[in-house]
Design a protein around this ligand. Sequence first.
Ligand SMILES: [Cu+2]
Length: 379
Amino acid sequence: MKRDLSSHILLSFIKKLAVFLLFIAPSTYADWQLNLREGVTEISRSVYSLHMIIFWICVVIAVVVFGVMLWSVIYHRKSRGAKAQNFHENVYVEIAWTIVPILILVGMAVPATATLKKMYDSSESDIDIQVTGYQWKWRYQYLESGVDFFSSLATPIEQIQGESEKTENYLLEVDNPLVIPVGKKVRFLITANDVIHSWWVPDFAVKKDAIPGFINESWVKAEHTGIYRGQCAELCGKDHGFMPIVVEVKSQEDYQLWLKDQQLAQAEKAKSAEKRWTLDELMVTGKEVYMKSCAACHQANGEGVPGAFPALKGSPLVQGDPGAHIDVVLNGKAGTAMQAFRDQLSATELAAVITYERNAWGDSLGDIISPSQIAKLKQ
Ligand SMILES: [Cu+2]
């Protein structure tokens, strides 16, 4: 009786588990993918088929080896009275186990080398883009057209801290995506500014280390317009998981329009540095820049985080000689979290944020750091 009850409970538990698994299976595992993805370029497809060829070779070897082993274990077991044969230095066996692996390795190396050769051939590119890894963002410089911008994580902090619902492209969205035209060979010159990063876009089968002082090359010829996402693939510090990559492949016409827009906006920025700025104008722009680029460490109220990020409010350096203050913001402090903002911000943005620091939070010096002055320093 007792046994009946417990086996009944066990059975009903198994039934419930089965029903539960059945229900969660379609919703939870719908976009599960165990295999490598095929990607969207000729190269990514040949990488994929290479992967499949090698995979099947491994499967065949495993089946043969484990098959022979299992068969021997079962049919030549001791209880059946099997007696091991005792032979040494059998020339035929030794030749066979040398030749067969060589043939297998050559069979793998031939298609692998052909694919590698294609991947490494970055010659005759239509567009060259320098990709630079920074802690923790990417910089894209279009070498022919002079377009130059930073691309950083756009996921709102509330989502990261679990205060709001995570959206579909959580941690895979940026403010300024890399834009390239469809059907053109785009060469990437990949390097880094501080530590080693790695530029990885799985759909293009591009994953290249970005190493300070070195330039690695890779390329892509996208076949379809669309948005492709990737990540930094080299552990590069505390925000390594927060420097995603987004590539927008546009039609040739849309790409040309985008390029024109960028060039115009850049020219505008350069022109704005020549304009005469009032204190009020600089304070408005300065506050925007401060909130976006500085407040994460120095805090919105300028009081910093004791022991980690110094207070700017009331800091003798900020209150003192402008030269030293400007120097810290433009060139950073080597070996600390205070990075150089020289390339990350325009002359106007730099002048505005420095002016803002000197006049916000109640310590008003009333002085203006002019964009034209910073523009000269930047050259
Ligand atoms: Cu990185």
